[in-house]
Design a protein around this ligand. Structure first.
Ligand code: 1HN
Length: 345
């Protein structure tokens, strides 16, 4: 759209002289800075759980959770290797905690979400409350809250971590500290926050003190039941079936200020229309089999597989069985700034 002016010796000489002063001409780069539509350097990619699960268990033998602080294998966008990023703004990893282990308590300004993939019996603790992690549960660790994980159970427990690490890095707003104790004191009974804040009621004298949801555990059985009922009653959206966003009951907005989280049901036989959105999105398959076409590539998926769709590439889903997809992205950031767009594709 913005074409580069022709190069002349005189101009090149000028550029070389101003280069000495840490300056450069806008007209040489404008066309790559301000582009007519998103053209993300991120690529569409997929991780088949069956192909990587053994590496997680191998990591479980290689290093303790204590030594690693968090035993996580990072899923890096193939076009962003070395940046600990699955999209330009979002981080994704798979964390494993072995029986008997504790991942020590710390806090940081980065917000985290957990999406439980495999195993039972581990807990994560947030704000003095422990929650037992079950498959399909969506759990958050709000910015600057102490959190530790433990596995008093019998089997390895594996979950997906989603964090806003690249975004916070771009903003130079990272703070972190260790509690010093392995585990934080437990002050609330299990389920307290969900009961108090997650039953379409809020305590009468309560006022929010943060931008993050006071509910930190969104159990799968509740989400699944809602999707199931809505899929039966219809109508289905032509592109994304029944897609719901998880919300902060205190604001009606996203659970985490920097990350949007979604769960959708694609009924058996669903063939969705293509759609583009400006938020690069990470998907985790909870149930069912199907395929998603992202730009020129089609990814076949089944339970526990993870795939990423970059900003503005056309995305279309097909489901062979009733399928449930969890997903997350930077959508609330884009919406807060008036930038988010979607279009049929
Ligand atoms: C973190 O604190 C966790 O608490 C997981 O489980 C992954 C990646 C980068 C920075 C902090 C956790 C993380 C992380």
């Amino acid at each position: 759209m913005f074409d580069k002016p022709t190069s002349t010796n005189e101009r090149q000489g000028f550029y070389a002289r101003i280069d000495q002063h840490d300056m450069t001409p806008l007209w040489e780069v404008l066309g790559s800075l301000v582009i007519p539509q998103p053209n993300s350097p991120c690529v569409a990619a997929q991780w088949h759980y069956d192909a990587i699960r053994d590496y997680l268990l191998e990591a479980g033998r290689l290093i303790t959770a204590k030594e690693a602080e968090r035993r996580v294998l990072i899923l890096e966008n193939p076009a962003l290797r070395g940046q600990s990023a699955i999209t330009h703004t979002m981080y994704c990893g798979l964390q494993v905690i072995m029986p008997g282990e504790v991942a020590p308590s710390h806090r940081h300004t980065q917000s985290a979400l957990r999406f439980v993939i495999e195993g039972e019996g581990a807990y994560t603790a947030v704000n003095g409350e422990r929650v037992t992690m079950r498959r399909g549960d969506f759990i958050i660790t709000p910015s600057w809250t102490w959190h530790d994980h433990g596995n008093p159970g019998e089997e390895p427990v594996i979950w997906m971590d989603g964090l806003d690490i690249p975004l916070i890095r771009m903003l130079d707003a990272s703070f972190a500290e260790r509690l010093g104790e392995e585990t934080q004191p437990v002050t609330q009974p299990e389920g307290d926050a969900l009961t108090r804040y997650g039953n379409n009621m809020l305590p009468v004298d309560w006022e929010p003190t943060t931008k993050t949801s006071p509910v930190f555990h969104y159990p799968y059985d509740r989400s699944r039941e809602a999707l199931d009922k809505l899929a039966r009653s219809g109508p289905l959206h032509p592109a994304h079936g029944v897609k719901m966003q998880f919300i902060n009951p205190a604001s009606g907005g996203s659970v985490i200020p920097t990350m949007g989280t979604f769960m959708q049901l694609l009924p058996k036989g669903f063939k969705g229309n293509g759609e583009r959105v400006t938020d690069g999105t990470i998907y985790n398959v909870v149930e069912g089999r199907g395929r998603t076409t992202i730009g020129e590539r089609t990814f076949d998926w089944g339970p526990r597989d993870i795939f990423v769709a970059p900003s503005w590439l056309p995305v279309s889903h097909e489901a062979d069985d009733d399928a449930v997809l969890f997903s997350y992205s930077d959508r609330p950031v884009q919406k807060a700034l008036g930038l988010w767009r979607s279009a049929p594709a």
